[in-house]
Design a protein around this ligand. Structure first.
Ligand code: LLP
Length: 414
């Protein structure tokens, strides 16, 4: 685990989390950059035998300081909005190393991406291709395009984050892809066909669905080649799971072996990992406000903390499990607690039925919160969003200051 105890105190590298709480306050996200970098290097190494490009999925954690560092490592990016493109550019990322996914790209977003020199639009419908062609024609330019295919593959994950089945809104059905590729080739003045891609879901721990998806992509690629359509890239998306509780996640080596088995000089693989690079390297630090133990059998023990579902919505939205660790070990009695926030909903829980020895004012850490943590936060209940801190080489850097009341209200008119 990236966060270790030293003299009984949970630390990020050499920095004690209680020092971070004292300096930056709580709730606060803490990211361990050295761990993210180690994950990236490991992935890169596992992909070495193949020609593969890593496009970090910005949505997992889009803090500018994270993006800047990713770009310095040599990562490309997978984005799903003009806002994410703006972030990548501001972080010093190269637009030609960016792929733009998503079912609802607006005209403005397409125009912005084309002007910026986007690497590829991963298109998800015929209608979108028409729109991109029109914008490209207007700008007198050629839009690079890959077709995102929906391979109709089911995966074991939360239904909200399975994306590669026919009932999902994503991608073009396999049987429509050939015609769409032909259409793209015909409009070669405005469109340039680069290849095929897919993304079958998130928090996937098995290799088989990736093998099935890859085989489907390669078979489709062969049908395109048979029609004389060059198809240089094949993307398998992201979705590689991490260990939140007792899952056995896919290793990057296994993934590398899969791609290596299908390696050929004519194909470049594209992968879009998000969670597996940043998830385990982040935690949400929170302080216990009140303890509300049950006074009678049949009631629950509530541990009320200063973080809530607006800061980390995964438990409320997906019933997600995040391990909880006390920053300092306490000698008090261990009880079974429901860790809840101050928000006025019973869905506002961060962890249920956890054995913890806690006292008022203690610091707790919700682990594996580096992906889809801050990125999905909101101001619900008019709660300013938390600070984000990066620990790098034993030093702390503020990556986003805590929102003030003024920040939160800035855009509103009386
Ligand atoms: N590529 C595309 C096109 C995607 O839609 C996604 C994630 C990824 C790559 C990266 O997937 P990852 O490697 O991070 O699993 N909010 C949810 C996860 C949503 C994932 C959406 N798409 C959660 O907290 O579990």
């Amino acid at each position: 685990m990236p966060f270790q105890r030293k003299n009984g105190v949970l630390c990020a590298d050499t920095v004690a989390l209680n020092d971070i709480a004292a300096q930056y306050g709580t709730p606060c996200y803490v990211y361990l950059w050295d761990d993210i970098e180690a994950r990236y290097r490991k992935l890169e190494q596992s992909l070495q035998p193949c020609d593969a490009h890593i496009r970090y999925a910005v949505k997992a954690n889009s803090n500018l300081a994270i993006l800047r560092r990713m770009s310095e490592l040599g990562a490309g990016f997978d984005i799903v909005s003009g806002g994410e493109l703006e972030r990548v550019i501001r972080a010093g990322g190269e637009p030609s190393c960016v792929v733009f996914s998503g079912v609802g790209k607006t005209q403005q977003e397409i125009s912005f991406a084309l002007k910026a020199g986007i690497g590829c639009f991963n298109v998800e419908s015929t209608a979108e291709v028409h729109r991109i062609a029109a914008v490209a024609a207007q700008q007198g330019t050629q839009a690079p395009i890959a077709i995102r295919v929906n391979p109709d593959i089911s995966v074991e994950t939360h239904p909200y984050i399975a994306t590669g089945m026919r009932e999902n809104k994503f991608g073009v059905a396999e049987h429509d892809a050939l015609d769409l590729a032909k259409f793209i080739r015909r409009d070669s003045r405005n469109l340039q066909f680069l290849g095929l891609c897919c993304h079958i879901g998130s928090q996937i721990n098995a290799i088989d669905p990736y093998r099935d998806a890859l085989e489907a992509m390669l078979a489709l690629r062969q049908s395109l080649l048979d029609e004389g359509i060059h198809c240089g890239s094949v993307g398998i998306g992201g979705g590689f799971g991490i260990r939140y509780q007792d899952e056995m996640p896919l290793s990057f080596e296994t993934l590398g072996e899969l791609l290596a088995a299908y390696n050929s000089r004519e194909v470049r693989f594209e992968i879009e990992p998000g969670r597996s690079l940043v998830g385990p390297a982040g935690l949400l630090l929170t302080r216990v406000e009140y303890l509300k133990p049950a006074s009678q059998a049949g009631y629950r023990n509530f541990c009320i903390v200063d973080a809530a579902m607006n800061d980390l919505c995964r438990p409320a939205l997906y019933d997600a499990y995040h391990r909880v660790e006390a920053v300092e070990n306490r000698a008090c009695e261990e009880l079974t607690w429901n860790l809840v926030g101050p928000i006025c909903e019973s869905g506002d829980f961060l962890a249920l039925n956890r054995r913890l020895a806690v006292q008022e004012n203690d610091l707790l850490a919700l682990l594996d919160a580096g992906a889809y943590g801050f990125a999905m936060s909101s101001n619900y209940n008019s709660r300013p969003r938390p600070a984000e801190v990066i620990v790098h080489g034993g030093e702390c850097e503020l990556a986003r200051r805590r929102e003030s009341m003024a920040d939160m209200l800035e855009l509103e008119m009386l």
